[in-house]
Design a protein around this ligand. Structure first.
Ligand code: GDP
Length: 523
């Protein structure tokens, strides 16, 4: 069978830290045959991190600041898993990664339910109606009542839920997971109490064979609960799922490998292949003939010895071939993509061709920017890759004043990667940087020092927030005349109004109805 885009499933896992995303990722790769020993994801990550100085923060905190891409195959389907940083202080990187996926898996800790980060990431998915499969993890441990968990997802996220499997007990009473569609019971065996292949095929929940494999208590409970669950929730509706209105819910244990196979099967069977992407002048579907894609992430200095950058492109249409010439919307100058990289779990392989839904790493020296559209020359621009108004602003102060040029280069580079935003005030030379999370400030200082040899410190900024502004020429001119001391330009030369508070923004906005103040800026 020749590969093509209907076989692609490009997805991300969204979760709160500690819910089990890393463990589930490992198991997905393991089931997909991409790695042979669980534990390799973290080990490999540690090796990779050790090579890169600036990632010391990641090591110290034991968290992942950067996203990566992992590809695995199973039964003719190619899965592209885009990793999103799970820490509270995540950056715009996280948001943008979610613009490059067609669906998401939401992992919830059965003992904790919906946590703040799950919710935040979910809201980003909702903006784009990204379909979500829910995986309630850690059923091998004491958890909350399954109905309570289902209802919490429904209520807190305003999402219809439908059970696809059901746990036969949890924690000490855990006796397996029942697949409500296939009518199979997966059970723990051996000392590890992991899933090692013990499956009982049943004709349904009334099958008397269930009594042979479950204790009387577990059997009664499973009967009672599933009767309520199947009757009480809507049946699975593939259309509602794909519209982002309904989430199928799977119970499992990533650690003990329950529900992992079912999750992969669900992604293969129900998750959408590459979706049509918002673009101008018209949305682009995967069937569009010409090659198109957009850059959702740029990572600089993956290897500190080389000033290389990898731009991550999500392919949206066409059949990409190595050596192909593509034109980025930013520079407008065609580039030949001679050494594209596909991110496999164990190593990076040179890609000869790629299909819509695939992610391609393109090494470059700064010509490719986040938000760039790449085409074979067509006048198309993908939209909807937002910049977010920074929530934290700081003034950058040099310790060594001879390093002004290096500092500007560093700030521009990092703005280009989307790690931080930089604002150059119209008056004065106090460059301001903006981030959406505290951790990015540490990343910034650490990278300034390690990669650019610039010693700098961050000082409080006179401003607290920023808005991109636009309006007709006369209105902008009049506004600028009065507010010049609060104006700055971003990396791309767009005008930004710097405000002392959100209240200040509202006040100024009210007095200047001709000016549009925007908390996001589409590239
Ligand atoms: P992440 O922060 O979401 O990536 O979470 P990890 O995958 O690192 O898991 C956090 C902790 O939960 C680790 O100690 C895991 O071993 C544990 N864990 C993950 N999945 C399960 C599970 O299904 N059952 C149990 N009992 N522990 C789990």
């Amino acid at each position: 069978m020749t590969p093509s885009y209907p076989d692609r499933r490009t997805f991300a896992i969204i979760s709160h830290p500690d819910a089990g995303k890393t463990t589930l990722t490992e198991k997905l790769l393991l089931f997909g045959g991409a790695i042979h020993l669980a534990g390799e994801v973290k080990a490999r990550g540690a090796n990779r991190r050790a090579r890169s100085d600036w990632m010391k923060i990641e090591q110290q905190r034991g968290i992942s600041v950067t996203s990566s891409v992992m590809t695995f195959e199973r039964e003719g389907i190619t899965f592209n898993l885009l990793d999103t940083p799970g820490h509270e202080d995540f950056s715009e990187d996280t948001y943008r990664t979610l613009t490059a996926v067609d669906s998401a898996v939401m992992v919830i800790d059965a003992a904790k339910g919906i946590e703040p980060q799950t919710r935040k990431l979910f809201e980003v998915c909702r903006l784009r109606s990204v379909p979500i499969i829910t995986f309630i993890n850690k059923v091998d441990r004491e958890g909350r009542d399954p109905f309570e968990l289902m209802d919490e997802v429904a209520d807190m996220l305003a999402l219809d839920v439908t059970p696809m499997s059901w746990p036969a007990g949890m924690g000490g009473q855990f006796e397996g997971v029942y697949d409500l569609k296939a009518h199979t019971l997966m059970q723990p065996t051996g000392d590890s109490r992991a899933f090692e292949g013990k499956v009982t095929q049943l004709s349904g929940l009334d099958d008397p064979k269930l009594a042979d494999v479950l204790s009387a208590d577990a059997l009664k409970r499973l009967h009672d609960e599933t009767e309520l669950a199947v009757g009480g929730y809507d049946a699975f509706d593939p259309v509602a799922y794909r519209n982002g209105d309904q989430t199928p819910v799977y119970f499992g244990s990533a650690l003990k490998e329950f529900g992992v196979g079912e999750l992969i099967d669900a992604l293969a069977k129900y998750a959408p292949p590459p979706r049509t992407q918002p673009a101008e002048p018209l949305p682009i579907g995967p069937e569009h003939e010409g090659v198109t894609g957009f850059i959702f992430k740029v990572q600089a200095n993956m290897d500190p010895n080389h000033r290389d950058r990898i731009a991550f492109m999500r392919l949206c249409s066409g059949r990409f071939k190595r050596g192909m010439k593509l034109t980025p919307s930013g520079s407008g100058k065609p580039i030949a993509v001679h050494s594209p990289i596909l991110f496999f779990a164990q190593n990076r392989e040179l890609a000869d061709e790629a299909f819509p839904g695939d992610i391609i790493g393109i090494p470059n020296h700064g010509t490719l920017r986040v938000g760039d559209t790449l085409t074979e020359g067509e006048a198309i621009r993908f939209t909807g890759l937002p910049n977010f108004a920074p929530e934290i602003l700081r003034r950058v102060a040099l310790i060594d004043f001879t390093k002004t040029k290096q500092l500007r280069k560093a700030l521009d580079d990092m703005a280009e990667e989307g790690v931080t935003q930089v604002f150059y005030p119209e008056i004065g030379s106090n460059w301001i940087i903006g981030v959406v999370g505290q951790l990015q400030l540490e990343v910034l200082l650490s990278r300034l020092d390690a990669e650019y040899k610039v010693a700098a410190k961050l000082e409080p900024s006179p401003w607290d927030t920023a808005r991109w502004i636009s309006g007709d020429e006369a209105a902008m001119k009049a506004f600028a005349a009065i507010n010049q001391s609060s104006l700055a330009k971003d990396r791309d030369g767009n005008l930004v109004y710097m405000a002392k508070s959100a209240w200040d923004v509202g006040y100024v906005q009210e007095r200047n109805p001709d000016i549009t103040f925007s908390a996001t800026r589409e590239r």
